[in-house]
Design a protein around this ligand. Structure first.
Ligand code: ADE
Length: 874
């Protein structure tokens, strides 16, 4: 980790830039590092309100500096602070005279003048040219003002501004960091304006330059190239608000500077230094004709009144036509000693743009080497001498770059290692959770929603009495029951399951014998799933049945055997397959495909009483399910069986079989085409109707639409239940919508990969929609109309969450199965789906009734339909 921090530090330090966001150290008014002698003023009211009392948060003397007499707008009294060395000043804090509640004078505003040499004074302006800084509203609170742009200065004057004639007093702190780079001015050609069509207008001037402008050159000042703000890759974008495109850059056009082909800049420093490098932050948006400079050559002047040395340091850059990022270009300066530099930057394209220039010399102290805002001057100095740029690095600037690169790479590698470690750790934790699902539920609070609000009531389940013999590590804390963990191989053996759950075998047997529930029970009739023949048992053939053929589920029908199926069992008419014209694929499953087809002449073919909507009378759009040519004979029989079942169904809310093509391969069944696709997709793409959805044209549905959908599904299911058909996979993904939003229940099973995560594969054998399944279906393989009612409750929940979330989305499949055991035990530990915020309370109560543990306690579809119908159009 040390290495990591070191590398980060190295990488940061290597940039050698002042970052105004971090250069905010108190400079010593409050703590006295700035000596009294360095604080002067144009005047003072009394001895006891002299400039030495202008220290923030201090109460010495009469509590502040107060200039003589009352101030009016024509006065320009000032408080002057000598910072002792060049400083990058970023923040000013002010207070009034409070004097332990006996004073009430303060400055509502002030302006700043500054000087680098104590001779030439300049007025500070913000980026929009304003000089006035809003200050205090009372005598005690300090007001902190960030300086944009920051000031590089040694002396600063605060000039209180008053509109009325009043007494003002001030206490002050200044914040910043040393400007150890030592640059005191640069001169350059004035920046220019980029005009369309190369780009929108971009003004590339140096708008905060504090020197003079003569003959289109800037002299004797500093500005945007030293304000610590680096420009963005796109020079039109700016880091400041309310400024113009191109603001962050100083830029020049090649042909505007005569035939020179370069930009000449001069840099003057506070004293002679041994320069190691210069870093130029340069734009490289080559698509707009902007590139970093192709080469630079610098001359050196050891003293201000000496001549330029004849031998330049020249440097050629590696131009980059691939990466348009703005970047620092580091120019090695070979430790040449100088007080002043003159550099010519050569154009590589039409435009050249710089946003920052900094210099590294052997006496440069990097801002990152400051210790803390409260560090004493001595300690700062100590750090300074200790951490000056190492000679080896300056000998070979490339080595420095390589170090940065290595630093960055190692940082990235370390981050990757950490991420990989975290991922592995998460996987490990998940595994542990998987292995110990009981612990999760033991520790988990029961999430129960008592009403239709979005408030989740979390209650810690009562701690069951512990068996005295239970071992400490045992997960079975309750002697009264043992959990069912379906994934445990022992529970794959139904005999074991029944032994473990004696209650279960009673209730299941009662149910299997029709006890308390009127419908015939298919577990009695399908040997694979009959509890009496040791179900639950999901054999491969069961998967086929469960899923249907073209991925479609098979409605479970009593006493229907595969062998008995022949063509004469199928009541749907044979349609000439050459009249089915393929339009597009609607879905694909393990056993075949579903296509949208045009069926030529189908209305006439079906004749009177055709359920098809009126078209031009000749062709109509239909959905065609087609069995794969290489399907097994089992799949073929299942397909025919599905046709047989469907041909007997006739209800406005059940998808209708129109005709078939079974006289030759591939076997096809033709159903109505539902223009609005499935309900899950339909709702997930919509929001609940509101003024917002209206105003913004967002696809929406109303609450009454949702209720109408719920009624239609209950109606379709009521019909199926009346025929003793068990659907086994009711869910929004299996409901289709036509143009008029009529819902028809269909069954696609696993036919669409889209919904594969809704199904759980138990030990690689059965594929089950566990989140929609009743506990008895999961634990006992028992599918009845009552388990369809359970699924209907979950379907309602989907509808009222607008299908934005999978049921029990916070639980893994294994935890859902664990939760099923809790539903069976019914000891208040089961986790229920929460009440969707949209859903009326009475409706959520209805859902909760669908999830009752005991089958007779669940409503029938007739009851559900009767309960839901009155809600529509209220
Ligand atoms: N996808 C599968 N069957 C469909 C149908 N009948 N209508 C629309 N899309 C479908």
């Amino acid at each position: 980790m040390h290495l990591f921090l070191l590398l980060i530090l190295q990488a940061t330090a290597a940039f050698g830039q002042i970052d105004p966001a971090h250069c905010r150290y108190a400079l010593g008014m409050e703590d006295g590092r700035i000596k009294d002698a360095d604080i002067t003023a144009s005047s003072q009211w009394y001895e006891t309100t002299g400039p030495q009392y202008a220290r923030l948060n201090r109460e010495e003397g009469d509590g502040a500096w107060c200039p003589k007499e009352q101030q009016d707008s024509s006065d320009s009294q000032y408080l002057q602070v000598n910072l002792g060395k060049l400083t990058f000043l970023t923040v000013v804090g002010t207070q009034g005279r409070y004097a332990r509640n006996s004073g009430n004078e303060f400055a509502r505003a002030y302006s700043l003048n500054y000087s680098r040499d104590g001779v030439l004074w300049r007025a500070w302006k913000n980026r929009l040219g304003n000089t006035v800084i809003e200050a205090n509203k009372n005598a005690y609170a300090s007001v902190i003002n960030d300086l944009h742009p920051p000031i590089i200065t040694r002396y600063v004057r605060l000039i209180p501004i008053t509109r009325l004639s009043t007494a003002v007093c001030m206490r002050v702190e200044l914040y910043g960091c040393p400007w150890d780079e030592g640059l005191i001015s640069y001169s350059a050609p004035e920046g220019q304006v980029m005009m369309p069509p190369s780009s929108p207008i971009a003004n590339l001037n140096d708008s905060t330059y504090d020197g003079t402008r003569e003959r289109r050159r800037l002299f004797g000042g500093m500005g945007q190239l030293t304000d610590g703000v680096i420009g963005q890759d796109n020079f039109l974008r700016t880091r400041q608000y309310h400024v113009w495109p191109g603001y962050d850059y100083l830029g020049w056009r090649n042909d505007s500077l005569g035939t020179l082909g370069y930009v000449e800049m001069e840099f003057v420093f506070d004293h002679q230094r041994n320069f190691t490098s210069m870093k130029v932050h340069s734009n490289n948006m080559f698509s707009s004709g902007v590139k970093i400079f192709s080469s630079v050559s610098c001359l050196f002047k050891p003293h201000l009144n000496a001549d330029w040395e004849t031998e330049p340091v020249a440097f050629k850059t590696v131009l980059d036509d691939r990466n348009p990022s703005a970047r620092y270009v580091t120019v090695p300066l070979n430790r040449r000693a100088a007080r002043s530099l003159r550099c010519q930057f050569h154009f590589a394209d039409v435009w050249m743009m710089f946003s920052e220039i900094s210099f590294q010399s052997e006496d440069t102290i990097l801002p990152t080497q400051m210790t803390s805002p409260t560090a004493s001057e001595e300690s700062t100095t100590m750090i300074t001498t200790k951490t000056a740029t190492s000679p080896s690095a300056t000998d070979q600037p490339d080595v420095e770059n390589t170090a940065i690169l290595i630093g960055c790479l190692v940082t990235i590698i370390l981050l990757l290692v950490i991420i990989i470690f975290l991922i592995l750790w998460c996987q490990y934790v998940c595994k542990v959770l998987e292995k110990a699902p009981r612990q999760i539920l033991d520790e988990e609070v029961t999430v129960r929603l008592s009403s239709c609000s979005d408030t989740i009531i979390l209650q810690t389940p009562p701690v069951p009495p512990r068996s005295g013999h239970a071992s400490a590590g045992s997960t079975n804390t309750d002697p009264h029951y043992e959990r069912v963990f379906l994934l445990d191989p022992q529970y794959q053996n139904p005999a074991v399951l029944r032994n473990k759950l004696p209650e279960l075998s009673q209730s299941a047997e009662a149910s299997a014998c029709g006890g308390g529930y009127a419908e015939p029970d298919i577990t009695q009739c399908t040997p694979h799933q009959c509890f009496h023949s040791n179900a639950p048992h999901y054999a491969e053939t069961d998967i086929v049945r469960l899923q249907g053929v073209t991925g479609s589920n098979m409605y479970a029908v009593p006493a229907l055997t595969v062998d008995s199926l022949t063509r004469k069992d199928i009541s749907a008419a044979e349609f000439p397959r050459q009249q089915l014209i393929f339009r597009e694929k609607l879905g694909e499953g393990q056993f075949g495909e579903v296509h949208l087809c045009e069926a030529e002449g189908l209305p006439e073919f079906l004749g009177e009483g055709s359920p098809l909507p009126d078209r031009d009378g000749h062709s109509v759009l239909v959905a065609v399910k087609q069995l794969r040519a290489d399907a097994t004979s089992q799949a073929r029989n299942d397909f025919l069986k599905e046709i047989k079942i469907m041909s007997r169904l006739n209800d406005p809310n059940i998808i209708r079989l129109l005709c078939v093509c079974v006289s030759s391969d591939p076997l096809c069944m033709v159903t109505e085409y539902m223009e609005n696709g499935d309900l899950n997709m339909f709702l997930s793409q919509r929001e609940i109707e509101s003024t917002l959805t209206h105003a913004n044209n967002i696809p929406s549905v109303s609450l009454s639409d949702l209720l109408h959908m719920s009624v239609q599904i209950s109606s379709g299911m009521k019909y199926l239940a009346s025929l003793n058909f068990v659907h086994r996979d009711l869910a929004t993904r299996n409901c289709l919508l036509d143009r008029r939003l009529t819902i028809k229940i269909a069954d696609f099973g696993m036919s669409r990969n889209l919904y594969s995560s809704d199904y759980y594969r138990i030990q690689g054998r059965a594929v089950l929609p566990i989140r929609w399944m009743a506990w008895e279906s999961i634990l006992l393989g028992k599918f009845t109309t009552a388990s369809d009612v359970w699924a209907f409750g979950v379907t309602l929940w989907e509808i009222f969450t607008l299908c934005k979330e999978q049921p029990y989305s916070l639980l893994s499949d294994e935890q859902v199965i664990e939760n099923t055991g809790e539903f069976f035990r019914n000891q208040g530990r089961q986790i229920f789906l929460y009440a969707p915020p949209l859903c009326p309370p009475s409706l959520f109560e209805l859902m909760m009734r669908c999830w009752r543990r005991d089958i007779p306690d669940r409503p029938s579809f007739e009851g559900l339909y009767q309960a839901l119908r009155p809600h529509v159009n209220q």
